[in-house]
Design a binder for this molecule. Structure first.
Ligand SMILES: [Fe+2]
Ligand SMILES: [Fe+2]
Length: 152
């Protein structure tokens, strides 16, 4: 959780400022709504001592869907509408790939009947990676999203 904890406070401050903007209720709020869901569920899974493969599969099913929509629809649409740094978006896409790979590793641990302790250690690292990604994505995209009319 080191990476995430290092940026958490600054991020919360920024989000709270953005939330006061009346344009926030349009597109940006949708992104934060989904992210909050992943943060809530992810935190619960990370703190539980008896996560099943099915729990994790359900979690990553919606997470992957969210990431594919970003890769194929949100990011291209933002590229078109704004003078946004392409490398920054590429880095976010790269994060999605790393998250996919880590998911596979955790699923394999379940298949190999790894101990809850070992799974927990990987789960904490996975959530650190994911929560950091969600924060970085919000910090980068939300200021642009305040000016968006729709996601498509
Ligand atoms: Fe993302
Ligand atoms: Fe996202």
């Amino acid at each position: 959780m080191k990476r995430f904890l290092a940026i958490k406070d600054a991020h919360l401050e920024k989000i709270n400022t953005l939330k006061k903007d009346k344009r926030f209720n349009n597109v940006p709020a949708q992104l934060v709504y989904f992210h909050d869901h992943f943060r809530r569920e992810g935190e619960e899974m990370m703190n539980s001592k008896k996560v099943t493969k099915r729990d994790f599969q359900n979690f990553v099913y919606y997470l992957n869907m969210h990431h594919r929509i970003e890769d194929t629809s949100l990011y291209p649409s933002m590229m078109k509408q704004f003078d946004i740094n392409k490398q920054d978006l590429n880095n976010l896409e790269k994060d999605h790939k790393i998250i996919d790979e880590q998911e596979e590793i955790i699923l394999k641990l379940f298949d190999e009947k790894a101990s809850q302790e070992e799974i927990h250690t990987h789960m904490v690292d996975f959530m650190d990676l994911l929560f950091t990604h969600l924060c970085v994505e919000e910090m980068l995209l939300l200021p642009y999203m305040l000016h968006m009319r729709s996601m498509h």
